[in-house]
Design a protein around this ligand. Structure first.
Ligand SMILES: *Cc1c(COP(=O)(O)O)cnc(C)c1O
Length: 221
C-alpha cells in the first residue's frame, strides 16, 4: 500500500509550498488516511459530516479537517468543535448556523463561500452577484464567530483547458477585486485531481485532491 505515500510525494513535488494540499479522503478507510498521515499529510477533506466525525474520533488530533461537501445546516453542530475550514458555504442561513454553533464552542470557524463558476448546470454554489450581496450584508458584521476566509469554486467537468482556464481566472479576478475591502479573503480553493494544475496556474492557494492520492473511489458521492 505504498502508493498513497508515493502519490503524495509526487503531488507535493509539483506544487509550491504556498499552495495547501487538502487530501480528499471521502469514502476511504481509516487505514488509508493513517498512511497519508504517516507520510506527513495533515490536512484532510471530507464531504459528509458523520463520516468526518468518525474519522476525527479515530485519528490523531493534529489533523486539520476540512468540510468540502454541501452542508446541511442541522448537522453543523456535530463538527463545530473541531472543523478547521468549511469550503462549501452557499447561503446566509448556513453562515448563521455555523456562527451559532461556533459560538457555543467559543471558536471562530473559517468558511469559504462557494461560487458557481461552472457553465454547466449545477445545484451548488452561488452566482457572483449573490456572493457580493453576502459580503456586503450589514448582518454579516453580527456573525462574530465566523471568518469568511476566501472562495471555493468547482469548474466544469471537462478536459477542455480553455474552459477551465476561463472559469478559474474569472474567480481569481473576483477574489482580487474583493480583497481590498475584505482583507480576510486569503484562500482561493480551486482545483481537484483533474484540474489542479490549471487551478494553480490561475492563482489557486488550496487544492482538493482525492483520487490522485487515494485512487479511484468505488462509488460517486
Ligand atoms: C470529491 C471532491 C474533490 C476531489 O475530487 P478528485 O477528483 O477525486 O480529486 C474535490 N472537491 C470536492 C468538493 C469534492 O467533492
Amino acid at each position: 500500500m505504498k502508493y498513497i505515500k508515493d502519490n503524495l510525494e509526487k503531488i507535493n513535488a509539483s506544487i509550491s509550498d504556498d499552495v495547501v494540499l487538502v487530501a480528499v479522503s471521502k469514502t476511504k478507510p481509516i487505514a488509508d488516511l493513517q498512511e497519508a498521515y504517516d507520510a506527513g499529510q495533515r490536512v484532510f477533506g471530507e464531504n459528509k459530516i458523520q463520516e468526518m466525525v468518525a474519522k476525527y474520533d479515530a485519528l490523531p488530533k493534529d489533523i486539520q479537517w476540512h468540510m468540502i461537501g454541501h452542508l446541511q445546516s442541522n448537522k453543523v453542530k456535530y463538527m463545530a468543535h473541531f472543523v478547521d475550514l468549511i469550503h462549501g458555504v452557499d447561503s446566509f442561513k448556513t453562515l448563521k448556523e455555523i456562527n451559532k454553533q461556533a459560538k457555543k464552542h467559543d471558536r471562530i470557524i473559517s468558511c469559504l463561500l462557494q461560487v458557481r463558476i461552472a457553465k454547466e448546470e449545477t445545484k451548488f454554489g452561488l452566482p457572483y452577484e449573490e456572493i457580493s450581496t453576502i459580503l456586503h450584508a450589514e448582518e454579516l458584521k453580527n456573525l462574530t464567530n465566523i471568518n469568511i476566509a476566501g472562495f471555493m469554486g468547482m469548474a466544469t467537468f471537462t478536459s477542455d483547458e480553455t474552459i477551465l482556464h476561463e472559469e478559474f481566472s474569472l474567480l481569481k479576478s473576483f477574489f482580487e477585486q474583493n480583497q481590498p475591502q475584505h482583507p480576510n479573503l486569503k484562500i482561493l480553493s480551486m482545483g481537484m485531481s483533474g484540474d489542479y494544475k490549471i487551478g494553480i496556474r490561475n492563482g489557486s492557494t488550496m487544492i482538493r485532491v482525492g483520487s490522485s492520492i487515494f485512487g479511484a473511489r468505488n462509488y460517486i458521492t
